[in-house]
Design a protein around this ligand. Structure first.
Ligand code: BGC
Length: 470
């Protein structure tokens, strides 16, 4: 248990005794102990089973209608559209076989007004971007209608490979006239209005796209995870275990399940909520929703940190009790600052100082202040990683892969950029199951994989529909 003991040690800082005391208390509040992790994993397994058993469960476990595994030999040109992170991306992929492909892509910024306005305007904007992309960057397609895979990274109740109704918005999106509507119909209508000759062949969650993209190169990949602006996971499930499945007879053995794990523990049974999480949740546009996501993903980690800092300012433990207009602003503390602070090894913590004094305009900070802020950043990020590992462990226990090992594709800014995120995840798995088992769980970064996965799923769906017509 040596590694666990080191990991759970309270950081020692050379600030004031009040700062040390506050640090000790925060350390305990943000520490997901091994025991707590076990409880969370157990609850995760139970929630997964409920979600597979019936509709309306907390973790919805949505059948994605993606059944096959790619062989790596798929070929052809397909478009992909990716909505749900920071940008809208339009890409054209050419799959060349042997796990090889090439891509052209273009990013478009989605204005804040579009994220919360009428869904029709968002769809018109998307159609314009696709039109612009095809005109400026797309190669000539032989077919009249270009086939497109639509990565729509929100909870959708999927009713077919290219059909699904939006359940709820997340990650700061909140368009009107979209909930319970079929998002493919809405987008296809916009293409019609704008006379853009594109057919939406597949509707894909980003986790499912990430899983498929990785599987094109490494066919044994069994799980796709996003740890970015939001968080979620998808994995291959045996048909027999999807008890609620009422679809076509057994024409497949396994289907990818989009878990929507961000909804986990809506009942607040096991997650280690702090007052900082509760404040964030209450002030968010989706209170009492996505509680697991709010502890893990990039949209929120900066805001949790800001809440902790402000509490310590109010107690006059930080910055002699002085805040600044920038720090007082909701979302004013970017998650990207955490990564910069965590790796600051300069003796006077110059990078932490720069963010606090130059970027956030706090009048002055002591070395002790900066140490405290750096330690808060570490604690918030490490908690996110340990909770993510609990989700992974839950899935692997449920599937049984915990005994045989697993290849897991992960994408997202938090996983990619937060220092030691993967190391913290692995440590958690080691504490729970021992080193040998943890070593058999292989994580790989699948950067921007979801668009590619969506293009491939569009191809598989298009070929299947041509085969049906023949
Ligand atoms: C959405 C998921 C998505 C995840 C990662 C969550 O907010 O509900 O559908 O996969 O973010 O982008």
């Amino acid at each position: 248990m040596l590694s666990a003991d080191i990991q759970h040690a309270v950081p020692q800082i050379d600030g004031t005794p009040e700062q040390q005391e506050a640090m000790t208390a925060l350390h305990h509040e943000f520490n997901v102990t091994t025991q707590r992790a076990r409880t969370i994993v157990q609850q995760f397994v139970e929630e997964m089973e409920k979600g597979l058993d019936h509709e309306g469960a907390t973790v919805p476990m949505i059948p994605s209608f993606v059944t096959g595994r790619p062989t790596g030999q798929e070929k052809g040109k397909y478009l992909a559209l990716d909505l749900g992170g920071t940008n809208l991306r339009v890409c054209e992929f050419e799959l060349k076989g042997d796990g090889d492909f090439s891509v052209h892509q273009q990013k478009y910024v989605v204005a804040e007004e579009l994220k919360t306005g009428d869904m029709r305007h968002l769809c018109d904007f998307i159609a314009d971007c696709v039109d612009n992309f095809i005109t400026e960057f797309g190669s000539h397609h032989v077919d009249h209608s270009i086939q497109l895979g639509f990565t729509f990274s929100f909870a959708v109740n999927q009713t077919d490979i290219n059909r699904g109704t939006l359940m709820h918005w997340t990650k700061g999106f909140n368009c009107t006239n979209a909930i319970h509507k079929d998002v493919v119909v809405l987008l296809q209508d916009a293409f019609l209005r704008k006379n853009v000759q594109v057919h939406v062949a597949a509707l894909v969650n980003d986790t499912v796209g990430t899983l498929m993209a990785n599987a094109y190169r490494y066919p044994k990949t069994s799980m796709g995870i996003i740890l970015g602006t939001g968080t979620n996971a998808a994995y291959y499930e045996k048909l027999g275990k999807i008890k609620k499945w009422k679809g076509a007879e057994q024409v497949f053995d396994e289907m990818v399940i989009n878990m929507e794990w961000g909804t986990f523990d809506l009942e607040r049974r096991v997650l280690p909520f702090t007052i900082y999480d509760n404040k964030l949740d209450r002030e968010s546009i989706n209170p009492r929703k996505q509680l697991f996501e709010k502890m893990i993903s990039g949209m929120y980690l900066g805001e949790i940190t800001r809440n902790v800092i402000l509490q310590l300012v109010d107690e006059r433990i930080l910055f002699s009790g002085e805040s600044s207009a920038d720090l007082n602003k909701q979302w004013g503390f970017e998650t990207a600052y955490l990564s910069t602070m965590v790796v600051d090894d300069t003796p006077q913590l110059d990078h932490v100082r720069h963010i606090l004094e130059e970027t956030l305009q706090i009048p002055s900070t002591t070395h002790g202040d900066r140490q405290v802020v750096k330690e808060i950043a570490i604690a918030v990020g490490r908690r996110a990683a340990r909770l993510s590992a609990c989700g992974v462990a839950g899935v692997l226990l449920h599937t049984g892969d915990i005994h045989t090992g697993a290849d897991i594709a992960i994408d997202g800014s938090v996983y990619e950029h937060f220092p030691h995120f993967e190391k913290y995840m692995v440590e958690t798995l080691q504490e729970l199951y021992g080193q040998d088992i943890a070593n058999q769980v292989r994580f790989s970064l699948a950067r921007d994989g979801s668009g590619f996965g969506a293009a491939m799923i569009a191809m598989m769906a298009h070929k299947a529909s041509l085969a049906k017509q023949a």
